[in-house]
Design a binder for this molecule. Structure first.
Ligand SMILES: Cc1ncc(COP(=O)(O)O)c(C=O)c1O
Length: 446
């Protein structure tokens, strides 16, 4: 039996996978990866247009990142978080330097959910209030509070969840909850709606508003200009902590170090994970403003983890940030979005009747698919499963047959390869998507 067959068999016998009915799974056995590609045990190579879970920003097996991890392993693998060490201190310094305003302390976690959990814990203790406002179209992680903060259907299985979480509608001009017809109108109305929610929930009970700066899995929703500043103003007016969840949008994905930089807005807390070290070793965290950090100067912060500030993970973050700078990865991401992906998707939108809207920035794009461009009926229903979801399954299969591993969610295909992808590979991938969209076109009714 080949080792890969054994990996598959043992997986089916012993691995309990996330978000899945276990008996239905037939996972691909990944044999190797490099740059923007990975290959399976049967010799099929895929262009990775998913960056796995939108986290391998720097590409697979970057030799300098691998070397830095090996070097740190030789030096110091692990220490308790109470101790200081070079890798963790340096990672925090670099992240603080990149973060806007006075966000210059870092609480390290093992991933994104622990980052959002701890961010709201900080906000609640800082304000002495308990409510947390989040949007319906959001994902913030799968631990108890993070999944209750989450707006998408992944929350349903964990309800009733933790108390004090309130949902509101964020801006999404294409499917406006406010009957807006353009971005400016959507911005004004979405802010008025949020102001109303704050009023009826009682501003003095609200600890935090948590937003994905650019909503990721739930649609790559780029906020209209002025929205984040408007949220900042509402937070300032009511003493509410503004938390930007940049677990997916941060670290170059939007063509900025942090997505908030695009709008010049400084939140009080920023959650990060994924792109900070491309997931080579689990790592996340919260960047904290001086004002909030001061709350815990004399009073103990009531939270922590054995692996907070793990030296191996932090050394990989230090190396990763160095690589971003040396290789101009943030600038490359912006170039890819502006010069290649944006124009190519706009062109596809003109030619394919199934494309309702394309939107995004940097290397963070969505192709939203519809049955009918006039009515904007989605190609598949919200949260579709089984036969209802067949058109999206067919589209994904068409991509895979052509050697591209896609990221699909509901009625959308996301264009989210590593930020280090070459111009040529990006064009190759987009050409595959162009061809595959003919499969989606067959399901249109107009
Ligand atoms: C915006 C956002 N926040 C939080 C999380 C949770 O991160 P993790 O899966 O590392 O816990 C994710 C994961 O996809 C995310 O996209």
């Amino acid at each position: 039996m080949s080792t890969n067959q054994r990996a598959r068999d043992l997986d089916r016998e012993h691995i309990f996978h996330s978000w899945s009915a276990q008996a239905t799974l037939d996972p691909l056995v990944i044999a190797g990866a490099e740059g923007s590609r990975f290959w399976d045990d049967r010799g099929t190579t895929y262009l990775d247009f998913s960056s796995q879970l939108v986290n391998v920003n720097i590409g697979h097996q970057h030799p300098k990142l691998v070397a830095a991890i090996k070097a740190q392993a030789d030096t110091l693998c692990t220490v308790a978080p109470i101790h200081a060490n070079e890798a963790t201190s340096e990672a925090a310094r670099l992240i603080a330097e990149l973060a806007p305003g006075d966000l210059d302390m870092v609480f390290f976690t093992n991933g994104g959910a622990e980052a959002t959990e701890n961010a709201i814990r900080m906000a609640r203790h800082h304000t002495g209030r308990h409510k947390v406002l989040t949007t319906y179209r959001s994902y913030h992680g799968a631990t108890a509070a993070a999944i209750t903060m989450t707006g998408d259907p992944r929350r349903w299985g964990s309800e009733p969840g933790t108390p004090g979480m309130v949902k509101f509608w964020g801006p999404y001009t294409y499917r406006s909850a406010f009957h807006a017809t353009d971005d400016a109108e959507e911005c004004t109305r979405a802010l008025a709606h949020l102001a109303d929610v704050i009023m009826v929930e009682g501003a003095h009970h609200i600890a935090a508003i948590v937003l994905e700066t650019v909503v990721g899995t739930n649609g790559i929703l780029v906020p209209p200009d002025g929205y984040l500043q408007g949220v900042r103003d509402l937070c300032d007016r009511h003493g509410i902590v503004m938390i930007a969840d940049e677990v997916m949008a941060g670290f170059g994905r939007c063509g900025e170090w942090f997505a908030v930089d695009r709008w010049g807005v400084t939140p009080d807390l920023i959650c990060f994970a994924k792109g900070v070290n491309s997931g080579y070793i689990p790592l996340g965290g919260v960047v904290i403003s001086r004002r909030i950090a001061a709350t815990f100067a004399e009073r103990a912060y009531p939270g922590g983890m054995t692996y907070s500030g793990h030296p191996l993970a932090c050394a990989s973050a230090v190396a990763s940030i160095g690589i971003y700078k040396e290789e101009g990865i943030v600038e490359h991401a912006r170039h890819l979005g502006t010069d290649i992906v944006g124009p190519a998707l706009a062109d596809m939108a003109e030619r394919h009747p199934s494309v309702g809207e394309v939107r995004g920035l940097g290397v963070f794009w969505a192709v939203e698919l519809v049955r009918d461009r006039e009515t904007r009926e989605p190609l598949v229903p919200y949260n579709a499963a089984g036969a209802d979801n067949q058109p999206m399954l067919d589209l994904a299969a068409a991509c895979k047959q052509r050697g591209l591993w896609p990221f699909t969610h509901f009625n959308r295909l996301h264009v989210v390869p590593p930020l280090t992808i070459t111009d040529d590979d990006m064009r190759t991938g987009l050409a595959i998507i162009d061809e595959a969209l003919t499969v989606a076109d067959r399901h249109t009714t107009a």
